[in-house]
Design a binder for this molecule. Structure first.
Ligand SMILES: C[S@@+](CC[C@H](N)C(=O)[O-])C[C@H]1O[C@@H](n2cnc3c(N)ncnc32)[C@H](O)[C@@H]1O
Length: 539
């Protein structure tokens, strides 16, 4: 080798050494962005060096390849911390081409795949990592990761999620990480509007329908329940930025978002295959190959974002001053109905949807976008803020009845102006008798005037002039599915019951609880949530 070549080599090696030390230091200081930059400089230089050394100094190659593999692995780690998973995976694959069983890279890739809910691929990584024994052992809990992958893989196939322990322990631990899961459902053209989610088998009340991880969420604690406009704007801005960032960083996320409605020509939209949403699905084949731009993503968010609130969903482990908004792609195919048959629970970044009553194969699954325990007028105001007018069976029935019977409007106005709840219920029950309203439809109207039926005052003076509370509750649940407020009313009555509580009444409360909370928790957990712990049945 000529002298100048030797000098150049030495200088390049010194520079590489400096860059490597600097990048490692930045990585240890958790300055991810900066460390990615310095590793990139190192990697370019190293690759350059490798191509030169191939011809001039082949003995040097193994050492250079080793350094390149480690740098790619470390850049992958830093990129994954910045949630740039696609780029990080590319780095891992490049590193693994150099050294197929590189421990650090396999662990990094496994963790990224776990984050992306690709359980069996993650499992393969951790299994292969076992083949590369670490000289001084390793601080990585490989066994823990293997167990976690196996558990999540099984859960994603069976939907066997159990939140009981977390609930019973008062949500003190970190929320459990469920697996993404898709039950007996399919996306089809909907008679409501556009596409919808349909049951492919009979689904029993409480059975899981799907578990989906959010593309992004934004949460805040708000003093008082009124969300001031400014706070709302800041949350929305942060949320949209997070979604745009996730879409920019991951082509699968972009592809999945592109299947959603932006509100235009919804009835003409393609119906995506449900397999596309499975965690291990191929990354290609999205019906709308044209990936959405930022403007379209913002319209998509307008139509599909859902709020974590305590009325139409249950946010487990949070107080009532908690407010969150998020995008959960598959759940976004569920249309609204004022007589819904599904409910959602929010746990960490996951939305868990279950049937809130028995659903027949072929039936469309629907949940409430807003509080359906409200009169017709209020519900149509709320559906208009969503940009549609609901025409479910209940809305149609009430529109028709209101057009014939002035009495309903009068009760609604009376309640708004503070009419005594007992008087409102009495007038409605009397009216329904005169108007010859059928039993099933009585539930629709009782749900509409829940404010009166559920008021504390009526609870105290529930008298002979009214149907029994059990009759009212059964008819409301039959009409709108289980609801936490209705359930709490049953529980209050149970707690006040003198002379012990019959097993049958407790069982009734549990059945309602199944509809509200789903089968993801055992009876003991439902008892805890309902504050039923002190109740023992009298036989
Ligand atoms: C979250 S998306 C639901 C899925 C949507 N149908 C699709 O094809 O992508 C919300 C949109 O669905 C439509 N939608 C949902 N529920 C509806 C209802 N009860 N009546 C009319 N349109 C409804 C509205 O256009 C709404 O903006």
């Amino acid at each position: 080798m000529r002298e100048t070549q030797q000098e150049e080599l030495e200088m390049a090696e010194e520079l590489m050494q400096q860059l490597r030390s600097k990048a490692t230091e930045l990585l240890l200081r958790e300055e991810w962005q900066e460390s990615v930059q310095v590793y990139s400089q190192f990697i370019n230089l190293c690759q350059d060096h490798i191509s030169k050394a191939t011809a001039t100094n082949p003995d040097h190659l193994p050492k250079l390849h080793k350094s390149l593999c480690l740098a790619l692995s470390n850049r992958a780690e830093a990129r994954s911390r910045l949630r740039g998973f696609a780029e990080a995976l590319k780095d891992c694959d490049q590193a693994l081409k150099i050294e197929t069983t590189h421990f650090k890279t396999l662990v990094c890739k496994g963790k990224i795949l776990l984050n992306l809910n690709r359980y069996s691929m993650a499992l393969d990584c951790f299994k292969t990592a076992q083949l590369d024994p670490q000289p001084n052992g390793s601080s990585v809990d490989l066994h823990g990761y293997l167990q976690k992958c196996k558990k999540l893989e099984l859960m994603s196939k069976t939907g066997a999620l159990d939140l009981s322990e977390w609930v019973v322990n008062g949500f003190r631990a970190k929320p459990p990480e469920p697996a993404e899961y898709i039950g007996a459902v399919q996306i089809r053209k909907s008679g409501i509007r556009g596409r919808g989610l349909f049951a492919t088998n009979n689904i029993e009340a409480g059975t899981l329908v799907l578990i989906t991880k959010a593309v992004a969420t934004e949460r805040g604690i708000l003093p008082g329940l009124d969300l001031d406009e400014n706070a709302q704007l800041v949350m929305w801005k942060n949320f949209t930025e997070k979604v745009l960032d996730s879409a920019a960083k991951c082509s699968r996320t972009r592809g999945l978002i592109s299947t959603l409605s932006s509100g235009e020509d919804e009835d003409e939209l393609e119906v995506p295959e449900i397999n596309l949403f499975k965690p291990e699905s191929e990354q290609n084949g999205y019906p709308n190959e044209k990936k959405p731009d930022a403007t379209r993503i913002l319209s998509i968010l307008d139509v599909n974002s859902i709020v974590e609130d305590s009325i139409s969903s249950k946010v487990l482990g949070k107080n009532s001053d908690y407010y969150g908004v998020g995008l959960w792609v598959l759940a976004s195919f569920i249309n609204h109905s004022c007589i819904p048959n599904a409910r959602r629970l929010h746990v960490g970044d996951y939305v868990i949807v279950h049937a809130s009553r028995d659903v027949k194969a072929g039936e469309e699954l629907t949940f409430a976008y807003f509080d359906v325990l409200n009169p017709l007028e209020k519900r149509s105001e709320m559906s208009q803020t969503w940009g549609f007018r609901c025409s479910c069976r209940r809305c149609k029935f009430e529109v028709e009845l209101c057009s014939r019977q002035e009495g309903i409007k009068e009760i609604e106005m009376g309640v708004e102006r503070g009419m005594d709840s007992g008087a409102a219920v009495y007038r409605l029950e009397e009216g329904m008798r005169r108007w010859k309203v059928r039993e099933k439809e009585k539930g629709y109207l009782r749900a509409s005037f829940w404010a009166a039926y559920g008021s504390d005052k009526l609870m105290r003076s529930w008298g002979r002039r009214f149907p029994t509370m059990e009759t009212v509750i059964d008819s409301i649940v039959e009409a709108v599915g289980s609801d936490e407020r209705v359930l709490k009313m049953v529980v209050e009555k149970l707690k006040k019951g003198n002379g012990g509580i019959a097993v049958v009444e407790i069982e009734r409360a549990f059945k309602l609880g199944r509809g509200v909370y789903g089968k993801v928790m055992k009876k003991q957990a439902i008892k805890t949530l309902l504050g039923l712990g002190i109740l023992e049945p009298s036989y």
